[in-house]
Ligand binder design. Structure first.
Ligand SMILES: [Zn+2]
Length: 397
């Protein structure tokens, strides 16, 4: 039996509930479940915590006796696997649910097949939905990593109206307001790692932890791509009380004493090959001379390394270290390279209502590249955060 219009609406509500698990359940999937009887809501739940009850169990608990004879709407096919908790397909049967409608099929080798199991037991099962992408999109990291042995990589950049990320090379420029910044921290909380390029790490000296009140179950690992291991051991990354690990990717060209210095302050340093010179490679922006009166002592970055780290190897190494999702926050050259090499799946572009002018650093160096020109397709209308806009782009999985 096909999905009717009201089935679809309930399923979309289940998908909204699923999203509440952001930052708390991965690498498990985020799942939401709604129970209805005679078209009325009688229970709802979502997977709230890794290792805790699944969405279906929480929904059944909230419904009590009303679960008997109910229809269950689940954003993902109920599991059939005896893991930390009994399989949801059995729980639904025991509760007396008579109809199950699910959005996306469970891609797991062990966990999948719950729909079939329920159907064999006499439950009417409808799913996966015709627009399965909508329900996979509830948790793109889960679906991507169940298909590919590579981290799901998302990019984030904040740009001015004229597409610039900083007022001048080497100058830290805060573009977005509190609401957008809070959203960035929320996004961070759902990833296994937060990554920046070495230049961004030196100019912005970020801490890269999750703040603004968000509470990830596992604090994301903080990654810096630093080919020549030029990062200062005094960088803010190392000065925090945070227990989020720091992981640095340097290349064979980095001086060993610099690598040692970073290890001494607690970083894990991985050595990866240098990138092959790419036809798209852009010359590094020439740093502006230090303005007069600026007394800040700049750390000697050591010898300039040609070419950055091999990005594909970086991601393979991340996967090997158990990092299934990476949130890359710039800079522009790294974001552009990851886009051009087809390694990034999603792009969060925050646009601030300011203009930085021709002295500014372009978000996409190398001519007049745009997100679309780099292969991104828009996911729909921009979302407003205070004065700023968030435009989101995807690549087809
Ligand atoms: Zn389950």
């Amino acid at each position: 039996m096909a999905l009717n219009e009201s089935d679809r609406e309930w399923l979309l509500r289940a998908a909204e509930l699923a999203a509440r698990g952001w930052g708390r359940v991965h690498p498990n999937p985020m799942v939401g479940c709604i129970l209805t009887r005679d078209g009325n809501l009688v229970g709802e739940g979502w997977h709230e915590e890794y290792g805790g009850p699944h969405a279906e169990v929480n929904a059944i608990r909230s419904a009590g006796d009303a679960a008997r004879g109910a229809t269950a709407y689940v954003s993902l096919e109920p599991c059939s696997h005896h893991g930390k908790t009994p399989p949801c397909s059995e729980v639904l049967l025991e509760a007396g649910v008579t109809r199950v409608v699910f959005g996306a099929a469970d891609p797991g080798q062990e966990t999948g097949g719950g729909g079939e199991l329920l159907a064999q037991a006499g439950v009417e099962v409808v799913g996966p939905g015709p627009d399965v992408g909508t329900f996979q999109d509830v948790d793109p990291v889960f679906f991507y990593t169940s298909r590919y042995a590579r981290p799901y990589l998302a990019l984030k950049l904040a740009v001015s109206l004229d597409g610039r990320i900083a007022a001048r090379p080497g100058e830290r420029t805060l573009l977005t307001g509190d609401e957008a910044n809070r959203e960035v921290h929320r996004l961070r909380s759902g990833f296994d790692a937060v990554m920046v390029g070495g230049e961004t790490a030196r100019v912005d000296d970020p801490v890269l932890t999750v703040r603004h009140g968000w509470d990830p179950r596992v604090p994301p690992t903080r990654i810096v791509l630093d080919p020549s291991a030029a990062l200062s051991p005094d960088a803010a990354l190392f000065g925090t009380e945070s227990d989020a690990p720091v992981l640095i990717f340097a290349t064979e060209a980095a001086r060993s004493e610099r690598v040692d210095a970073l290890r001494e302050v607690g970083a894990q340093v991985e050595i990866v090959p240098q990138a092959e010179p790419s036809p798209h490679a852009d010359p590094a922006p020439r740093p502006e001379p230090t303005p007069k009166g600026d007394t800040a002592v700049k750390e000697d970055p050591g010898p300039k390394v040609k070419g950055g780290a091999n990005l594909e190897t970086v991601l393979e190494r991340c996967w090997g270290l158990g990092l299934r999702s990476v949130f890359c926050e710039g800079g522009g050259r790294l974001a552009t390279a990851l886009s051009r090499e087809g390694l990034a799946r999603r792009f969060y572009l925050f646009q601030a209502p300011v203009t930085l002018g021709s002295q500014g650093v372009p978000a996409f160096p190398g001519g007049d590249a745009t997100p679309e020109g780099l292969g991104w397709s828009s996911r729909g209308e921009p979302v407003r955060f205070g004065p700023d806009l968030l435009l989101t782009y995807d690549r087809k999985i």
